[in-house]
Write a new protein. Structure first.
Length: 485
């Protein structure tokens, strides 16, 4: 009778619930990427699904394999996290940390305490293509993944791309009116950031444009009833400054619809730049007005997003004698150092986390015979100033026009040789943290409208325009990221 009672009790209570065993992440593990592998299995029982939560958020279900195994990739922002999984009423939790943000330490960019140097590319149009995909444009499908995959194949670890579109007439606009946003445009930016993270890339994101492309400074002036031909008013008008501060706060707090991570918490973003190529034209020759604007906006970024670095995005013009003015005037590039530049490179750099410069001696009117030396000199002078401040230098853009389609002064072989010199000089100077070429395109828009565009198709001979600089970038990317320069 007693044995029968035990059997009846077991039959009524049913099988024991499974024990949840989590094999990844390990307790207390630290990750440099926000994409963390969750893995585990069920022991001593079975269940069809396991339900998991990250930091107490919404639960999601994972299917269980034939041997009780389960797994998924979890997107987590930087910081400490708690991952909890449950099956049959039993739970298991594990804590881990993501500390993948790029920092500045001792004059270097660092990740997890180790120096971080890079060769990267510009691909400013990624948001435009992503938003076209959001809107159902068939031709845009897969373009951002195509470009990012090629960047990785080249050895790039960083991509610089626009985080703005302020043109209300554009079909891919982000900010349609002052602080009024297109959700399709924002979802496009979400997709760019998510895709870059999935490819293991980091992003440098300018918050606006000095130039009229995609709205830029002229559009802010129109919104505030100011003459669009007076870019100086963008930096001095209280209403415009207040608007731009609010825009920074809005964008950095956005929660990505793909990853669920707020921009300010996403280590995929390496840095924000205040503008693409801000200039002090029309401001004081001492650069005080531009520096005042830089100070205010950099402080806004830091308060809204203390996790990410901030740079100016400037070309490196200087009107206060910080550069070798006689040299640049002799080459006919006096705009770089004239009082009309309205910019103090040293003062601007002191207010942000890293120095920025762009290298376009051909476009600045330097004679072809002097272009190679001038580009090297520009990098050296800005690296020297950055080093005196204990700041790393990021060469945010460099380029030469394509002769084949844009009437540039140099053949493919000559451009390759000049780039070799500039990349080599950048790599040999520890003050230079990274360099980004202008610019990598996808196959559908190669040389479509940009005089500097190029692409990379794996397996193409090096002499083809489509391949132009690929092996050069691979070489220097390996040297810089491997700490060999």
């Amino acid at each position: 009778m007693r044995r029968l009672a035990l059997v009846l009790f077991a039959a009524c209570t049913g099988p024991e619930p499974p024990v949840v065993v989590m094999t990844g992440p390990a307790p207390g593990a630290r990750f440099e990427s926000g994409t963390v592998a969750l893995s585990g299995h069920l022991a001593g029982g079975s269940a069809e699904t396991v339900r998991c939560r990250l930091d107490g958020g919404r639960a999601w279900a994972l299917g269980v394999g034939p041997f009780g195994e389960f797994g998924a990739l979890v997107n987590a922002g930087a910081g400490r996290h708690q991952l909890r999984c449950e099956a049959g009423g039993r739970t298991k939790s594990v804590g881990f940390e993501v500390d993948a943000f790029v920092r500045v330490r001792g004059g270097d960019l660092t990740v997890d305490g180790q120096p971080f140097r890079f060769v990267g590319v510009n691909a400013y149009y990624l948001h435009e293509e992503a938003t076209r995909e959001v809107l159902g444009v068939a031709a845009a499908k897969g373009k951002i993944d195509e470009v990012l995959a090629r960047a990785v194949d080249l050895g790039a670890t960083v991509v610089r791309t626009w985080a703005f579109n302020d043109d209300p007439e554009s079909g891919t606009v982000i900010q349609e009116a002052p602080l009024a946003y297109s959700e399709a445009g924002l979802v496009g930016l979400d997709r760019v950031i998510a895709a870059a993270g999935a490819h293991g890339l980091r992003l440098v994101l300018p918050l606006g444009n000095y130039w009229p492309d995609y709205g830029g400074v002229p559009q802010y002036l129109r919104w505030h009833g100011l003459p669009p031909g007076r870019p100086d008013r963008f930096f001095t008008d209280p209403g415009v400054r207040s608007h731009f501060r609010a825009h920074i706060e809005h964008l950095s707090s956005r929660k990505n619809t793909v990853t669920g991570i707020r921009y300010r918490d996403d280590p995929t973003i390496l840095a924000w730049e205040l503008l693409n190529e801000p200039r002090g034209t029309g401001l004081d020759a001492e650069g005080a007005a531009l520096a005042s604007w830089v100070a205010e906006m950099a402080d806004t970024v830091r308060r809204a997003d203390p996790n990410h670095l901030v740079g100016t995005g400037e070309e490196g013009f200087d009107s206060v004698g910080g550069l070798d003015s006689a040299y640049w005037r002799r080459l006919g590039a006096r705009e770089l150092v004239s009082p009309g530049a309205g910019s103090d490179f040293l003062a601007n750099t002191a207010l942000v986390d890293f120095a920025s410069c762009h290298v376009y001696p051909e476009a600045w009117g330097v004679p072809p015979r002097d272009v190679a030396e001038a580009g090297t000199r520009w990098i050296e002078e800005h690296a020297r100033i950055a080093a005196t401040l204990g700041k790393p230098l990021v060469v945010g853009e460099f380029g030469l026009r394509n002769r084949e389609l844009a009437g540039g002064a140099f053949t493919v072989a000559e451009r390759r040789s000049i780039y070799d010199e500039w990349l080599g000089r950048s790599g040999s100077d520890r003050a230079v943290a990274g360099v980004l070429s202008w610019m990598l395109m996808h196959d559908g828009r190669v040389d479509a409208y940009d005089a500097y565009a190029w692409t990379w198709v794996s397996g193409h001979p090096a002499e083809l325009p489509s391949t132009r600089y690929a092996e050069l970038y691979r070489q220097y990317a390996a040297l810089l990221s491997g700490g060999l320069m």
